[in-house]
Design a protein around this ligand. Structure first.
Ligand SMILES: *Cc1c(COP(=O)(O)O)cnc(C)c1O
Length: 362
């Protein structure tokens, strides 16, 4: 099967085998060793000398962690949304009582850093900006480096959803001066779902000190204090840690630059195939098209759902569909984590063939 949704993503055999290991005492020395190795690997990928906290939850739990540890009810927040995951980040903040101003773009567009700057200047009460690095629902990568520069120049906090970018495309949290950055294990990390990863800058820890949003399971201070003892505060998704230990061996062998250039080359290849097929990318600016997921409009009059079903049943290719208002209108091909050009090539070959069938059937 060629699983080409943008997460969960396939895992290498060695990773699957590593996860099949016997359980350990999660408060014992063997697991402490695993946790240290994994935490060091995470810091390497996030490009920081600080510890990254791993929390047993899906990516959304990581976003909730970012919100509840830095904000207080009533805080003014600018929620930048270019798709369904951006909307979700803002909804979490609203659910916990933040006063959310939305900067929502047409799906397919990237956020304009100058517009973010303008809104921050117009509203000095905004303390924090929420932004998605790579919007998985539309296949658009925001210019996070420039956005962060504008936010930081105005001394506001920037919380980043890097769930489908971190580990696949560059997101150096210290160099870009980001405050809270979240990722999730089932995207570009070559392991199963179950862990969220979170970076907290020194400024974010300062905000933690003032934050009054309710928190318990997702309290990062508990994660920090436990990590100092080689533990998680709660029983962790242990098998995913075993997998990650192996995944970091593979990632370190390839090197960060190698990983980034592989994703870039495969992203370019995917977009080239879209052009050759005469199809249209969902991203309106090709320069902002994602190197981890390619989102494509189904041509007018084509039953995309039927094609996806045939792709899965007859060829073992599992395409991603559209989310929210894009449902049935687009398909997405994930190319992050354990992926080769051949995987993406096969997926496009199948789409090409089924589209040709659909045309002759008309
Ligand atoms: C997958 C994803 C999430 C989190 O989704 P979960 O299902 O909770 O893991 C958040 N943001 C983005 C951009 C994602 O791609």
């Amino acid at each position: 099967m060629n699983l080409r949704i943008p997460g969960p993503t396939p895992c290498p055999d060695e990773v699957l085998e590593a996860g099949a290991r016997q359980m350990l005492n999660h408060r014992g020395p063997e697991f402490a060793q695993v946790l240290r190795t994994v935490t060091d690997g995470l810091s390497w990928v996030f490009q920081t000398s600080d510890d990254i906290y791993s929390i047993s939850a899906s990516g959304t739990g990581g976003l909730e962690t970012a919100v509840v540890n830095t904000l207080s009810p009533g805080d003014k927040v600018l929620s930048v949304s270019i798709g369904s995951f951006g909307d979700r980040f803002g909804s979490i903040a609203a659910a916990y009582g933040a006063d959310v101003e939305k900067y929502a773009l047409e799906w397919g567009d990237a956020a304009d850093p100058a517009e973010i700057a303008r809104r921050l200047d117009a509203n000095p009460g905004i303390k924090t900006v929420l932004v998605t690095h790579n919007e998985t629902s539309t296949g658009v990568t925001n210019d996070l480096e420039t956005i962060a520069r504008e936010v930081r120049a105005r001394d506001r906090l920037i919380l980043v959803d890097a769930v489908s970018s971190m580990s696949s495309i560059p997101c150096p949290v210290e160099r870009w001066d980001l405050d809270v950055v979240v990722s999730g294990s089932q995207k570009g990390w070559m392991v199963a779902p179950g862990l969220a990863f979170i970076y907290m800058s020194p400024r974010a820890w300062e905000a933690y000190g003032n934050s009054t949003m309710p928190k318990f399971y997702f309290d990062v201070k508990r994660a920090k204090d436990s990590l100092a003892k080689g533990q998680n505060p709660w029983t962790p998704a242990m098998a995913v840690y075993f997998q990650l230990e192996k995944a970091f061996e593979l990632m370190r062998a390839e090197g960060l630059e190698g990983i980034f250039s592989r994703h870039q080359a495969i992203g370019e290849y995917a977009r080239e195939r879209v052009r050759q097929l005469g199809l249209t990318l969902v991203p309106t600016d090709p320069a902002r098209a994602s190197d981890t997921v390619t989102a494509v409009w189904w041509p007018e009059g084509v039953d995309g759902k039927a094609i996806s079903t045939r792709a899965r049943e007859e060829f073992g290719v599992v395409l991603g569909g559209g989310q929210g208002k894009l449902q049935g209108k687009i398909f997405r091909i994930g190319h992050l984590g354990f992926v080769s050009k051949e995987d993406v090539q096969q997926a496009f070959d199948v789409v090409e063939r089924l589209l040709a069938d659909a045309k002759t059937a008309v």
